[in-house]
Design a protein around this ligand. Sequence first.
Ligand SMILES: C[S@@+](CC[C@H](N)C(=O)[O-])C[C@H]1O[C@@H](n2cnc3c(N)ncnc32)[C@H](O)[C@@H]1O
Length: 232
Amino acid sequence: MPTQRLIPATLAFEDGVPYAAKYGDVYHSADGGLGQARHVFINGNGLPARWRGRDRDRFTIFETGFGLGLNFLATWQAWRGDPQRPARLHYVAVEKHPFRAADLAQLHAAWPELAALSAELHAQWPVPMPGFHRLLLDGGRVVLTLVFADIADALPQIDAFADAFYLDGFAPSKNPDMWAPEILGRLNRVAAPGATLATYTIAAAVRKALAQAGFDCERVPGFGRKPEMLAG
Ligand SMILES: C[S@@+](CC[C@H](N)C(=O)[O-])C[C@H]1O[C@@H](n2cnc3c(N)ncnc32)[C@H](O)[C@@H]1O
């Protein structure tokens, strides 16, 4: 992976929602970040039901765009609250512009119900160095692999058997690189048999690229003001 200098995210807000000026987009729905995480990404992948099962000792999630880690924290919280959870949760996320630890703490203060988990995440938050960072959380039962890199450089380096994908790289119109057919077409290399995915966009180009990559997606009800999202 090219060792380019890592440029951290700049903390900013638009109407109270975390905002990335570089991309001209918000980090989560104005209708609620935690609600979006639960509806679009967790429920959109059929979780928690899909991680239950006799043979499952682990479940792996792959996320494009870790951002402020809200999807991760919501997923970790759902996993902890499920008596039928698999023994381990593996979460692999790619992020080109990670937040600084102090900024993450400021952002996460908006969700006091996640305070215990976010504090554990802050305590282990890696130095802003490009490459792979592995965090063992929740007594080692939750393994968070953060890849601080551009997705185009990171994907060929990642070996994973993802059971679920969270595609969360800003709107395709604002950040087409994250949704390029060459990127989406590589996801099946890191997918386990029967993997699912979810995303808030229903952009035609994304649906086409996902179909070409072998993902059978359908439009389902979206979150907040978005009438539809994709799940498959
Ligand atoms: C909508 S935000 C993700 C929100 C996040 N999933 C959460 O739960 O907070 C999109 C993220 O994608 C990252 N990103 C944008 N382009 C990228 C690229 N080419 N490679 C890797 N990450 C990228 C941005 O820095 C941003 O953090």
